[in-house]
Design a protein around this ligand. Structure first.
Ligand SMILES: *Cc1c(COP(=O)(O)O)cnc(C)c1O
Length: 391
């Protein structure tokens, strides 16, 4: 089809002109060589993996997945509502619910699918979805799939949310407030306790997305745990610190039961593979048994931020905002030349003129790698800091 290719080529030319074209870069993460990855024939220390605890390459986690595959095969075989409801899911859900201090849990094929299923199942016509403006793309996508009205509130701005609830609450039947617990591109935390109190006052349902909190904050229990009682919808993913694949929601028994009938990404999508469920259970075993491990990524991020005079890291994610997409790409290339992988993050993943390098710290990073990266950022990237002043 000529018009189809012409359309695609014109779009690609626009993306190229704005330095916003994306390409898949083959990257190999050998199981016996964490935290290194191979790209373009070179071995690089990766600061771009969300595998915060190295569990995707942990022998016990891999063994659990292999054993499950040997016993049960590779795929769930059908939607969970047909024949795909593997016994391992019940075990995983019980473990997640207990870990997150919730009554029940429900596992989805991915975190993205979870948000696309949860939000439209709970909010519809006559309802309002209020999302933090910097919340993850799949929260906004889930909100758009719901037939509800959608508003954003300013990033982490509790007062803005309060004013919005004050003026809007009465016009809507139900209100769902959604936010990242840890913001994926900035690494800062949502003020979950304040949000929970506010939502309590206005009878709004709070949902936090803990993709980057589980396993690495509050001894592994995640970002919302201190306010768990006030967060009726604790969503997250198995694909980051747990090193597996899949998404989950921890909520009341009633909400979980409703979603089994109404979350379209659960009903009409194949259950996750038994291997992924087994890997996530094994990862939870490790996290529960080793609180020290869960503290390492944040400690390394804090050390790095301190060396560069950046604000104190609140999570294992540290952004270095450089402005233009070109500047971010160039900085990424420079670091790659020195043996470090830090992928450039560009719009629309982040707002215009805030392209950045996003460093994700892992328990497996050597202290000398972290120190060397800080040196390179200060030296080669001429990131303006006074290393002496920063100690
Ligand atoms: C990565 C991420 C997701 C998506 O999770 P997947 O399991 O990778 O689909 C959802 N929300 C946030 C905040 C994320 O960072």
């Amino acid at each position: 089809m000529k018009s189809l290719d012409a359309f695609a080529n014109a779009k690609l030319a626009d993306l190229d002109a704005a330095a916003l074209r994306r390409r898949l870069v083959e990257t190999c993460r050998p199981a016996d060589d964490a935290p290194y990855v191979w790209r373009g024939g070179r071995r690089l220390v990766s600061f771009s993996c969300n595998d915060y605890l190295g569990l995707s390459r942990h022998p016990k986690v891999m063994e659990a997945a292999i054993a499950a595959i040997r016993a049960y095969g590779t795929g769930a075989g059908a939607s969970r509502l047909v024949t795909g409801d593997h016994p391992l899911f019940a075990e995983l859900e019980a473990r997640l619910a207990r870990w997150k201090c919730a009554e029940a849990a429900l596992v989805f094929g991915s975190g993205y699918l979870a948000n696309l299923g949860i939000i439209p199942a709970l909010a519809g016509e006559g309802d309002l979805v209020l999302a933090d403006e910097l919340a993850h793309a799949c929260i906004h996508a889930g909100a758009r799939l719901a037939r509800a009205q959608i508003r954003s509130f300013r990033h982490n701005d509790v007062d803005h949310l309060r004013v919005t609830l004050e003026t809007e609450r009465a016009r809507f039947r139900h209100v769902l407030v959604a936010t990242d617990g840890v913001f994926s591109m900035d690494g800062d935390l949502a003020p979950v306790s304040e949000l929970a109190a506010l939502c309590g006052t206005y009878d709004a349902w709070l949902m936090t997305d803990d993709a980057h909190g589980l396993g690495v904050l509050n001894l592994g229990r995640g970002s919302a745990i201190a306010a768990a009682g006030g967060v009726p919808l604790q969503m997250g993913t198995l694909s980051k610190a747990l090193g597996s694949s899949g998404g989950y929601l921890c909520a009341s028994r009633a909400v979980v039961d409703l979603l089994k009938s109404r979350a379209r990404t659960l009903v009409y999508s194949t259950g996750l593979s038994p291997g992924n469920a087994a890997a996530a259970i094994a990862a939870l075993d490790i996290i529960e048994a080793d609180p020290e491990l869960t503290q390492k990524p944040l400690a390394k991020a804090r050390h790095f931020a301190r060396r560069l005079g950046l604000p104190e890291a609140q999570s294992p994610i540290v952004p270095l905002v450089l402005g233009s997409a070109d500047a971010a790409l160039e900085a990424s290339h420079t670091l790659e030349g020195e043996g470090f992988l830090a992928v450039a993050i560009r719009p629309p993943t982040v707002p215009e003129n805030t392209a950045r390098l996003r460093f994700a710290f892992s328990a497996l990073h050597g202290d000398e790698d972290v120190a060397r990266l800080a040196e390179l950022v200060a030296g080669r990237l001429r990131f303006r800091v006074d290393l002496r002043a920063a100690g």
